[in-house]
Design a binder for this molecule. Structure first.
Ligand code: BES
Ligand code: ZN
Ligand code: ZN
Length: 477
């Protein structure tokens, strides 16, 4: 499963050993470019023929003073897009320091962008893309150790993200809680991770009534999937990453509209991201101990499905009245968050979820919603977001909002009748299941997990949003 995207292979090469006649140059863009120089828009490409008859693709990295990793990722995305539509077997990439970035940092960001851009979900296409592989010879003199490490880092990172994107794209007739558990088990075997899978029987024995309620209308049983990466110290308190994996969200009896249901296969993106994070931390051999928990269920309509007005008992013991069967993500997460605290003493607890349509209204597909009970953690995650381009915006969780989800005949309700503050209602509901002294952050990625709009280095469809952010957090905390 550990594959980089098909189509692009990077190889470090000494410049005088390389004999090709096609090269890529990264250049600051100019307001009014002379012939042979690109404009100032990042990712703008220009193909030029040199005096000696060789070809050179010049890619703009934007205004010289503003060059950063994001610009290099975008340039890498532009290169991958250009190469995918031109049959070129080999190309030399000239990399040196760019702006404030060292050559290794620039290479790392460029390769990351290129590998992310060359992702395509083609496992269900009969006429597979026959586009041949392009070998990119990274022409580098000097510090090859650093460049080699940078290359490895981006390849492992992109492989993790692209794995998650592939899983997210799988359609609901082929991907369900059972197949997700199988995929997780295979991945764990491959990477030497510990894997624990709780099926419905195990969940019932524990009393995980919230995740069970969500999945009870489906033919495919719910599963809680746990992967453990030991890191340098298997006794250390872990960072626990929980992901929502609703393999299809019809809304249940609080049925979604025809259009609202389209794309709800992506409601498993948070869970798929957890697999991506675990694959990458193992490949990168990060020292941190990391536990991933995937709450997998399918939200369907049937005679066995849960209803509005049902009152269920969660793993925590708290009872929840169902106001909307479409507010199912917070239910599966409630049990997963409880399970995490009962079994792993998290040093930090993170969750990733396509939780609310409201966060799409608020932040669109540019930033994800960040909710956090700890200032230092919020700051660290925000900073990781700015560095990785997976940007966050913090939203509040004042106590008053908790009034909205207090129950009448139960402890809590999973939604309110009020139209206001939906993303916050979701977050503050989750907060009821997290001990105050556990640093916890909830990322509502409903707007950013997949996009219809082509992005500079993720293209259309699943983005794997959150994986690079969490890796950056793990590496810099
Ligand atoms: N999976 C949806 C959230 C969603 C909406 C993700 C649009 C991606 C795009 C979630 O389960 C949901 O339906 N949330 C409801 C909650 C409401 C009923 C309280 C919503 O946001 O409308
Ligand atoms: Zn829903
Ligand atoms: Zn959902």
């Amino acid at each position: 499963m550990q594959t980089t995207a098909p189509g692009l292979a990077f190889r470090l090469t000494l410049p005088d050993e390389w004999q090709g006649d096609f090269s890529i140059e990264l250049a600051p863009g100019l307001e009014l470019p002379p012939p042979g120089r690109p404009g100032k828009k990042i990712g703008e490409t220009l193909l030029v023929e040199t005096a000696s008859g060789q070809h050179r693709l010049v890619i703009s990295v934007g205004e010289a003073e503003k060059i950063d990793a994001e610009a290099l990722r975008k340039a890498g995305g532009a290169a991958a897009k250009w190469l995918s539509s031109h049959a070129i077997a080999s190309v030399g990439l000239e990399v040196g320091p760019q702006g404030k970035l060292s050559a290794a940092e620039a290479l790392s960001a460029f390769v990351e962008g290129a590998l992310l851009r060359s992702f395509s979900f083609d496992e269900l296409k009969s006429g597979k893309r026959e586009a041949g592989e392009t070998t990119v010879y990274v022409l580098a003199a000097g510090e090859t150790g650093e460049l080699e490490a940078a290359l490895q880092h981006s390849q492992s990172t992109a492989a993790g993200v692209n794995l998650a994107r592939r899983i997210s794209h799988r359609p609901p007739n082929l991907s369900n809680p059972v197949t997700l558990a199988e995929t997780a088990r295979e991945l764990a075997q491959e990477l030497g991770l510990k894997c624990t899978i709780l099926d419905e029987k195990a969940l019932a024995e524990l009393g995980a009534g919230a995740i069970l309620a969500v999945g009870q209308g489906s033919h495919t049983p719910s599963h809680l999937i746990v992967l453990e990466y030991a890191g340098a110290d298997p006794q250390a308190q872990p960072v626990v990453v929980v992901g929502k994996a609703i393999t299809f969200d019809t809304g249940g009896y609080s049925l979604k509209t025809r259009d609202g249901m389209l794309g709800m296969k992506f409601d498993k993106s948070g869970g798929a991201d957890v697999l991506g994070v675990l694959q990458a931390v193992a490949a990168l051999k990060l020292p941190a101990r990391v536990v991933g928990i995937i709450a997998a269920a399918e939200n369907m309509v049937s005679a066995a499905a849960y209803r509005p007005d049902d009152i269920i008992t969660s793993l925590s013991g708290k009872t929840i009245e169902i106001l909307s069967t479409d507010a199912e993500g917070r239910l599966v997460l409630a049990d997963a968050l409880t399970y995490a605290q009962q079994n792993y003493q998290p040093k930090v607890l993170l969750d990733l979820a396509t939780l609310t349509g409201g966060v799409v209204t608020a932040l669109g597909d540019v930033r994800a919603g960040l909710f956090c009970n700890n200032e230092a953690l919020a700051d660290a995650l925000f900073a990781s977001g700015e560095r990785t381009g997976e940007r966050l915006w913090r939203l509040p969780m004042d106590d008053e909002y908790a009034e909205l989800i207090k129950g009448d005949d139960s402890d809590l309700r999973n939604s309110s009748k009020s139209r206001g503050a939906h993303p916050i209602q979701g977050a503050i509901f989750l907060k009821q299941f997290v001990a105050d002294d556990v640093p916890w952050a909830h990322l509502d990625v409903a707007g950013v997990a997949d996009t219809e709009q082509e992005k500079a280095y993720t293209g259309k469809g699943s983005t794997g949003f959150g994986i690079r952010l969490i890796l950056d957090y793990l590496e810099n905390r």
